[in-house]
Design a protein around this ligand. Structure first.
Ligand code: BG6
Length: 514
């Protein structure tokens, strides 16, 4: 967890160099939820502390829970102190930030709620100089997204207050739909009220510093791109492991499962950044066009062969971090007969000239031994073994560690010192923390700021969302039909089911150790 020292660290100089957004107000629907107190408000606090927010910036929290401006301010400033581990020295600053927070308790399905939102926005324009610029943030359960959008449109809040002079934008949290059909319906509902350039579909993985660095690594260095193709690369692995179980989110997770929760969005986004062609510019349309092309080129898994390309698992009881933890089926709000997957592994191919026949192995799971996300590029073996009798020759692996201990390492072979020709793999490492000496901004800081600045590069476009559902839908259908058949169990605290190891070993490969 970051501490106060991080508030003035050198990495933050980078964000300070950016333009400050226009004066604006942000309305958070679902302000009594976990996301608001854990991520959104702390991120806004950091931005405000870094003087990256415009003067008069105001937040209007909106939720059904009865509360007052004062109570909301107290809860949110307590959350900032708690989640950022701030000391009492920062109290004055936190309290100053709190003055910009407001609250409306109302029912999202009641049109009167939106009249209230409008009234308070108008008042803030006068009192705090928010200048008619509005950012709506949908952090509610997804079932409320269409109704909120509809009402915003009906009261005229979806259009800029003064055409051409002010802006209005909307951020929509994941999950964006739960199938191709529902994502399409949601896209239609949102685009019937907002223009595409007002819509920011957020995937917080895209705001992570190392994920952005992937583009810098690939396209700001001359030496990697020439090797980034089927000629040199044997396969790619993308792993997103979590130590946590479903915590208090059993009801949501029963509906979602790992494929919808992590793969359809975060992991496929990582894949598209690894595999995309160099965009013409680092600008929204160009980057998003290239990412969409990758998703379009991903070979759909044939319905009759889903079991050959996927593994799904669920955690049984086990030990994590030294403590015993329950099986998924005994978690709160989870059915004791649930077949929901908490682990999944996939093999995908990208049908284009760069990647033909190169497998992309993806895996993600809850209740694995630790939280780690990593992309590994495994290069082809040497074509000819020059050092006869020498063992220990392993392929080169480039590992991009997204979290924690963010960094990049390259494994290569070296001669063991001595009179015999023995070879061992060694690693060359770059660690963010060591090279830059500090913790980077959180994904939400980056993304909220981008949105206020009108930069949609790191947000998802409608075509990408629908393309990823197109890939995922047949797998979900097949798994649903199969029920318990094919669901593999793994002990909490292990690296997933044995079936997942067998899955990659069938191809003569193995999972990278994380
Ligand atoms: C969220 C998922 O989108 O990402 C969670 O809904 C998951 O289930 C989380 O725990 C992981 O995010 P991070 O940033 O902790 O890797």
């Amino acid at each position: 967890m970051p501490d106060t020292a991080e508030l003035s660290n050198p990495l933050r100089e980078g964000i300070r160099l950016r333009r400050t957004p226009d004066p604006c107000a942000m309305v958070i629907f679902g302000a009594s939820g976990d996301l608001t107190e854990r991520k959104l408000i702390p991120a806004l606090f950091y931005l405000s502390r870094e003087r990256m927010l415009p003067a008069g910036f105001s937040v209007i929290g909106c939720a059904r829970t009865p509360s007052t401006h004062e109570e909301f301010r107290r809860e949110m400033t307590d959350a900032v102190k708690k989640f950022l581990h701030l000391t009492t020295e920062s109290d004055a600053f936190v309290d100053g930030f709190g003055k910009g927070l407001h609250y409306i308790a109302d029912d999202f399905s009641d049109p009167k709620a939106y009249e209230q939102v409008r009234a308070i926005l108008e008042r803030l324009d006068q009192e705090r100089g928010t200048a008619g610029n509005r950012l709506f943030y949908l952090a509610t359960p997804p079932s409320f997204f269409p109704v909120i959008v509809k009402h915003l449109g009906a009261v005229g809040l979806a259009k800029p207050k003064v055409a051409g002079k002010t802006w209005t934008r909307i951020v929509i949290e994941k999950p964006f739909g739960r199938s191709l059909e529902s994502a399409g319906e949601l896209n239609r509902a949102v685009t019937s009220v907002f223009d595409e350039n007002q819509i920011y579909r957020i995937d917080h993985y895209l705001g992570k510093e190392t994920v952005q660095n992937l583009l810098v690594f690939r396209f700001a260095n001359g030496i990697f791109e020439p090797f980034w193709n089927r000629r040199y690369i044997d396969h790619v692995q993308i792993a997103v492991a979590e130590e946590l179980g479903v915590e208090s989110r059993g009801a949501y997770y029963e509906e979602a499962g790992l494929l919808r929760d992590m793969i359809q969005n975060h992991v496929l986004q990582l894949l598209s950044l690894v595999a995309m062609e160099p965009p013409a510019t680092f600008e929204g349309t160009a980057v998003r066009d290239e990412k969409a092309k990758v998703l379009r080129a991903l070979r759909p898994i044939p319905l009759g062969r889903v079991q050959d390309f996927t593994v799904r698992g669920q955690y049984a009881e086990g030990y994590v971090g030294g403590g015993k933890v329950p099986a998924y089926r005994t978690e709160p709000k989870v059915s004791p007969a649930s077949n929901t997957e908490t682990y999944a592994a996939f093999k995908f191919f990208i049908d284009n000239w760069r990647w033909a026949d190169v497998p992309f192995y993806l895996r993600s799971g809850k209740r694995l031994p630790r939280r780690v996300s990593e992309i590994s590029i495994q290069f082809r073996r040497v074509p000819h073994l020059l050092f006869r009798g020498a063992d220990g020759i392993e392929p080169n692996i480039l590992s991009i560690r997204i979290q924690p201990n963010e960094g990049i390492s390259l494994k290569f072979c070296a001669k063991l010192p001595g009179t015999t020709m023995q070879i061992r793999p060694v690693e060359m490492e770059f660690r963010y923390g060591e090279s830059f000496g500090a913790v980077p901004p959180t994904a939400y800081e980056t993304l909220l700021l981008d949105c206020m600045l009108g930069d949609a590069t790191l947000f998802n476009r409608d075509d990408a969302v629908e393309l990823s559902w197109e890939l995922v839908d047949p797998i979900l259908d097949r798994w649903k039909q199969d029920g318990a058949k094919g669901l593999a169990f793994y002990a909490a605290g292990s690296w997933g089911p044995a079936e997942a190891d067998a899955f990659i070993e069938r191809d003569g490969r193995e999972w990278q150790r994380l």
